[in-house]
Design a protein around this ligand. Sequence first.
Ligand code: SF4
Length: 428
Amino acid sequence: MSYFQTGEEVKLEKAKITLNDCLACSGCITSAESVLITQQSQEELFRVLHENKMLKQEEQKVLVVSISPQSLASLAAKFKMNIHEAGLRLAGFFKGLGVSYVFDTTFARNFSLLESGKEFVRRYKESETEKTSLPMLASACPGWICYAEKTHGSYILPYISTTKSPQQIMGSLVKDYLARRLNKTPDHLYHVTVMPCFDKKLEASRSDFYSDVYQTRDVDCVITSGEVEKMLEKEGTSLIDVEGQPFDHIIENSSYDLVNHQGGGSGGYLEHVIRHAAKEMYGHSLQHVEYKILRNQDFQEVTLELEGKPAIKMALAYGFRNIQNIVQKVKRGRKVPYHFVEIMACPSGCNNGGGQIRPAGEETPKELLGRVSELYSSLKTVEPNDVTGIEQLYTEWLGGSDSNKARKMLHTKYHEVEKMTNALTIKW
Ligand code: SF4
């Protein structure tokens, strides 16, 4: 019998709110940001698709969808198929709805990895004179960037790599390179990305990725893996019943195969940066990257030893508990024993993003995550430098890797956000 029936006093358990709960609830998101998030949904995408069909052909926008490999893995796990099949069928689904081009954001990640590697070597060399060069903190996770800008501001921002995330480099490729290739202005293309988390919607809405001239964003709408599942439901179909179509290559007349990079479900930033640094700085080809687990699976370190001495040390820190550990040391001016840290807001990284499809039936979240990670890792891995089209684009599109255009298209800036003071101000 409950308290209401007996009138007996019952001592309730103390409510506990963890830092993760706090950040996950999005309560700290401003109302302007929540408007931007709700503007990006599957309903909005259906509206755009419908309105576009109503226009005369010459007035129609070119619709483009770029899919993240983590979302592909999530959908492949949901519909119990391999990742290649899921990719083909998903491309077929979007093309059936009126989308002209379907890309894989892994292609843009090649640039993101290459630029992160180069940036690290440059910062390492500058670190004797420039105090905030190291540790370089990875920049691909908007959940982490949002937290750093709102909570730690100028103490932390100079340490964050300026390299854009794969989503935003895909945005530059679509709205700049593809638009020119098609002889269109950027506002004549509507670019949708499919991502494993809601934070990517906020990233796409940043003013840094908005063109005042054309009044358009590099990424117009972000939908999550779970929202794609809802779109399939709304269309009354299952991925199993959709006919496959190939992915497109951003370069004309080239075919595209799904591939991946070495180093885990969050993009492999640590692995690429350490391999590149070992080669560039010490002429050493690193064959195998050995991780040492520290306090938990989400906090691991890698040490490159040369002649018996640690030469470069890097870490991955996933989830806010581990991120705090690094950030507080940097902020208080204490020595951080790492030259680079791959920071990701989600525990277990991007395969476990908040926008991924939830488990159904008896399956536990852990079991589903295991299947998603396995599918993600089943793709053949490549070195970003060896990928067809990358060198060509550095030359033809960007005019060289050190050009102003390369900096504009592949790098970004961060901004300190003034803290709001109200009764709910939280002390981090
Ligand atoms: S770690 Fe989580 S929040 Fe960050 S990019 Fe990956 S899925 Fe999104």
